[in-house]
Design a protein around this ligand. Structure first.
Ligand code: SF4
Length: 376
């Protein structure tokens, strides 16, 4: 049996060339004025030949809007799955994370802006075929691969091919997404995913328009679609930005909507903002704000509400909603006490906890290790 590689050395893999293999232009159509409109996300860029869309990685080529950066990545890292964040999906396991460049939103608080706002193809330094990525994930003993750092919606064809290559090896696929996508490509993308963490950035359409350059409705539609029409395991993240999306009134409305429309069992992560990109003048989120948001969510019926980006054993751990027992203890990304059976039931009272669980938790730990996928 092959030893799993430790992730400190470059992973040597045979990577065949990364030719673009998408069937070009599925999600675009020609307009009467000669421009071609992209139908992948609600931004609906209208492009003339040679122009790139807002997301930077898609552009018009031969009368269709296509992915121009298939097979190119901004880098790879092995992370704990809790960092995505996913708390009910193979806890403690390692995930091979990667992204490309660009984004279809323009969040002023973006914590990954050097990637998402990059207009340099140098950002896409790592070239890797789907099979090379799947092979590396296997050799690194990763239970899953995650499309993260930027949104897989914009590199849908590449994400799908990587997911398929991984699933063929028994490795799961995770999308970390803002959910800002049109219905038809949404169905196609998520048919290839096992889990998703969806950002619900605010419950105010004005916030989405002013701060993110998007709109709220498509995101809510994506959440409803994923929870009710797919088998994808879903968790939600809300980055709380002081003075912008952390009022009691907004948190109350948002959590009530989730309970009513998605149900009380979707795990929710309230994470801490730190000043970045175009919001350098906004202070970091106080830990008390995260705890307060968690309390509002729980009072409104959310069964698994978490704090994130802070060390908070109480808010970061999973507690049994039936008997109150500690089910998965977390100090940051490090797991401690584990009180679930292999089928995801509380060992104390038998309450079923929703999610995807193995017989025992993974042992990856809290470390995040950059990886180079060397080409032969
Ligand atoms: S995916 Fe990119 S090119 Fe297409 S509409 Fe969205 S931002 Fe524009």
């Amino acid at each position: 049996m092959q030893e799993p590689l430790r992730a400190t050395t470059p992973v040597e893999v045979t990577a065949e060339s990364s030719e673009r293999v998408d069937d070009a232009g599925r999600y675009s159509h020609r307009l009467g004025d000669g421009r071609v409109e992209c139908d992948l996300c609600p931004r609906a860029c209208r492009l003339r030949e040679g122009q790139r869309g807002f997301c930077f990685v898609r552009g018009r080529e031969h009368d269709a809007v296509v992915l121009l950066t298939y097979g190119r990545s901004s880098g790879f890292c092995v992370d704990p799955v809790e960092k995505k964040p996913l708390n009910h999906f193979l806890p403690g396991s390692a995930v091979l994370s990667f992204g490309t460049a660009g984004c279809n939103l323009a969040c002023r608080f973006c914590q990954n802006w050097s990637i998402s706002k990059s207009r340099e193809t140098d950002t896409l330094a790592d070239t890797a075929s789907p099979d090379a990525i799947a092979a590396a994930a296997g050799r690194l003993a990763c239970a899953s691969v995650a499309f993260t750092y930027n949104d897989p919606v914009i590199f849908l064809e590449y994400a799908i091919d990587v997911a398929d290559a991984c699933r063929a090896r028994g490795i799961k696929a995770v999308a970390v997404t803002a959910g800002y996508v049109c219905p038809e490509p949404r169905a196609e993308l998520f048919a290839h995913m096992d889990a998703a963490n969806v950002d619900l950035k605010s419950f105010d359409d004005g916030f989405y328009r002013r701060i993110c350059g998007g709109s709220l409705r498509p995101v809510l539609d994506t959440l409803v679609y994923l929870v009710h029409e797919t088998d994808v395991w879903v968790e939600i993240t809300t980055l709380l930005i002081p003075g912008h999306n952390d009022s009691d009134e907004e948190l109350d409305r948002m959590t009530r909507w989730v309970v009513e429309r998605l149900g009380p069992e979707v795990p929710w992560h309230f994470t801490a903002f730190h000043p970045d990109f175009r919001m350098l003048g906004v202070p970091p989120t106080p830990p008390e704000t995260l705890a307060h948001a968690r309390a509002i969510a729980r009072a409104n019926g959310i069964r698994y509400a978490y704090t994130g980006n802070v060390l908070d054993r109480e808010g970061g751990s999973t507690w049994c909603p039936g008997c109150g027992a500690l089910l998965i203890e977390r100090q940051g990304y490090r797991l401690g006490t584990y009180g679930l059976t292999g089928s995801g039931c509380c060992r104390a009272c038998g309450e079923t906890v929703p999610g995807v669980f193995a017989d025992r938790p993974g042992a990856w730990g809290a470390h995040c290790v950059p990886v180079r996928l060397a080409q032969s």
